[in-house]
Design a protein around this ligand. Structure first.
Ligand SMILES: *[C@@H]1O[C@H](CO)[C@@H](O)[C@H](O)[C@H]1NC(C)=O
Ligand SMILES: *[C@@H]1O[C@H](CO)[C@@H](O)[C@H](O)[C@H]1NC(C)=O
Ligand SMILES: *[C@@H]1O[C@H](CO)[C@@H](O)[C@H](O)[C@H]1NC(C)=O
Length: 606
């Protein structure tokens, strides 16, 4: 026989249902003894919880925790816990292994679960409404605000078993937006939602972050501009994806971002996987003035938007002339070879620092020019630009055929300029470099710049002779090293191993696809013993023979530290089992091809 519910549970269920209909009961609920109150909260549906919290008496909870700031009090309170639980019930991806880390990071930054719950709810409603309006059966005559929210969403709000038909209004998108829109700080809108009515739907929302998808038509751009006008005081970040923005559209959008005639408050502007500007034209005047009037603009991303040399040059020109403080500039995945020639800074020389150009670039910390089809000649021109970026910390030039000559020209120039440079993160994967160029580069870097924090030179055909210099580089305190597919071979790894003579600070190293054979095992055993901070190693596809297994197993036995991930897939262990031999303290996942379990965490602590 099923267990009978207690009398208390039955009463609380009655209270729970009453709360939705009858406001008088709220006062009674707040005078419940704490034990009873705490039993009731987890039973409440989002709507009931909202109603209860909206009418919280001023002195509630003040005897246990004398906090005057209501917001703070709420955050600490059991209400916040209840909102978190409701969120997790509705969007339960925290436990899934695939999103685990990402979600964990996202959830750690949540400081108000009530806000986060309703923001996510509004997003779900907008997404559902957009889906419906795309159905062939959808009639244009249905106004966006009257689009019906699916029952499955409503059930979450009212709780299980609740009759949904007593309030017809709540089926409409507008009811949700008007009631909970004030909690939305960050939203994603599809083109179809960017119509004139969106301003009314989001009239309560103080949006800070807005992401737009599939914007292509005049009608939607107009709707968006109205919305931007409405939220001009709160918006700090805007992002476009999969859009087609002509110069005219870009002009209108930029013009709508101004708070008054002179300034805008945007901090992040991003367009990705879209097409902007027809042919290879200069950027339109609206965008130029947007760039030159944003005192607060700190990141600009125009990634994979079909920029060509002239349009890219006009962006750089605008940045040179502007007095803003962009710290992140990302123009990756555009074919812009030639864009640095004829720029004004070419005429200035680094001895003449009073030239006054590139003021805005002086704050640049991160420059991403990955996959821009940059050649030797571009590197030759780019070096003059680097002079105007004295605090640049990270540069990504991967996937550009820059070659040894380009790289050496770039970095010898930096050395010659005798300026204080801060470059610590360097990505030069797939740049058609050779051992000669990389060895020269490592030499320059070790004399001019602070020790590198990270270096990526994967996908260059470097060969075994770079082994010893890389071993020495490891000893400089570098933390992240990507050496995938550089043809080190077994001798290269053995040379690198010989150079390891001290405690290393390396955290992540990627040495996959290097035909390293037994040399990898020898290298790893020295590395693991000497690098207590090491968290992950990717050593897959190295033709490691079966003889490598005992070498790796024995060094793993002595692991004390933080190592969490060791990838050994794609080696020739011939079915030999590595895992059972390991006796490891802490948490280590070893991936290798053999019998399962492949991804199971290996943890011998109870
Ligand atoms: C920004 O918004 C405020 C208030 O909504 C409005 O008064 C002002 O005209 C707007 N400015 C621009 C340039 O749109
Ligand atoms: C990049 O542009 C050049 C012409 O400027 C063209 O020859 C080349 O094919 C383009 N590369 C790609 C990957 O589109
Ligand atoms: C190793 O480097 C390659 C190329 O950069 C990358 O695709 C791969 O994800 C890296 N492996 C790890 C474990 O980071």
């Amino acid at each position: 026989m099923a267990e009978l519910p207690s009398l208390c549970a039955l009463c609380l269920d009655v209270v729970k249902d009453q709360l939705l209909h009858d406001s008088d009961i709220i006062h009674e609920v707040y005078s419940f003894p704490p034990e009873l109150f705490n039993c009731l909260l987890p039973r409440l549906s989002p709507l009931a919880l909202q109603k209860l919290e909206d009418q919280m008496p001023d002195d509630f909870g003040s005897d246990c925790e004398p906090v005057t700031d209501k917001r703070k009090r709420k955050r600490n309170s059991i209400f916040d816990q209840s909102w978190r639980t409701l969120y997790m019930c509705r969007w339960p991806c925290l436990d899934s292994t695939t999103h685990g880390e990402e979600d964990k990071h996202k959830y750690e930054s949540v400081d108000d679960w009530q806000q986060f719950y309703w923001e996510s709810h509004i997003q779900s409603c907008l997404d559902a409404a957009a889906e419906i309006s795309l159905l062939p059966s959808y009639s244009d005559r249905v106004s966006v605000r009257d689009l019906e929210i699916p029952d499955i969403i409503l059930k979450y709000l009212f709780g299980k078993g609740h009759a949904l038909d007593f309030m017809n209004d709540c089926k409409k998108l507008s009811w949700h937006c008007h009631k909970f829109g004030l909690y939305a700080r960050s939203l994603r809108l599809r083109n179809v939602m960017c119509v004139a009515e969106i301003c009314d739907l989001l009239r309560n929302s103080k949006l800070e972050t807005l992401e737009l998808r599939w914007m292509k038509a005049q009608e939607h751009v107009q709707g968006l501009c109205k919305l931007l006008f409405q939220i001009n005081g709160s918006l700090t970040s805007i992002k476009f994806m999969h859009c087609k923005l002509s110069s005219g559209f870009l002009n209108s959008i930029c013009n709508s971002l101004f708070i008054d005639s002179k300034t805008h408050g945007l901090q992040h502007f991003s367009i990705t996987a879209s097409s902007i500007l027809e042919k290879d034209s200069c950027i339109p005047v609206g965008f130029t003035s947007f760039l030159s009037s944003g005192r607060s603009l700190s990141s600009l991303r125009l990634v994979d938007v079909g920029l060509r040399p002239n349009s890219a040059r006009s962006i750089f020109s605008a940045l040179i002339d502007a007095s803003l403080v962009v710290s992140v500039l990302d123009l990756s995945d555009n074919n812009i070879s030639g864009c640095f020639s004829n720029l004004r800074w070419i005429r200035g020389s680094f001895e003449d620092s009073s030239f006054g150009l590139g003021k805005s670039l002086q704050c640049l910390r991160i420059l991403n020019l990955r996959n821009c089809n940059l050649q030797v000649s571009d590197a030759n021109a780019l070096k003059y630009a680097l002079i105007h970026m004295p605090i640049l910390e990270a540069i990504d030039l991967s996937d550009n055929p820059i070659e040894d000559e380009g790289i050496m020209s770039l970095f010898f120039f930096i050395k010659m300029s005798e300026q204080q440079f801060h470059l610590v993160d360097l990505k030069l994967a797939n740049c058609e470099l050779t051992c000669f160029g990389v060895n020269q580069l490592l030499g320059v870097l070790s004399t001019t710049i602070k020790p590198l924090n990270s270096l990526s030179i994967g996908g260059n055909d470097l060969g075994k002779n770079v082994g010893a210099p890389l071993g020495r580089l490891l000893c400089t305190g570098i933390k992240f090293l990507d050496l995938e597919d550089i043809g080190l071979g077994s001798p290269g790894f053995l040379d690198a191993k010989e150079e390891i003579k001290k405690t290393l600070e390396v955290v992540h190293i990627n040495i996959s696809k290097n035909r390293g054979g037994i040399g990898v095992a020898e290298f790893l055993s020295k590395l693991i013993k000497n690098a207590p901070s090491l968290i992950s190693i990717d050593a897959g596809y190295n033709f490691m023979p079966v003889e490598a297994v005992p070498v790796i197993s024995s060094c793993l036995k002595s692991v004390q530290g933080n190592l969490q991930h060791l990838d050994l897939t794609g080696n020739n262990f011939g079915g030999m089992s590595v895992l059972p031999e390991f006796h490891i303290k802490g948490k280590l996942v070893v991936n290798y091809d053999s019998s399962p379990p492949l991804n199971a965490p290996y943890d011998d602590e109870p």
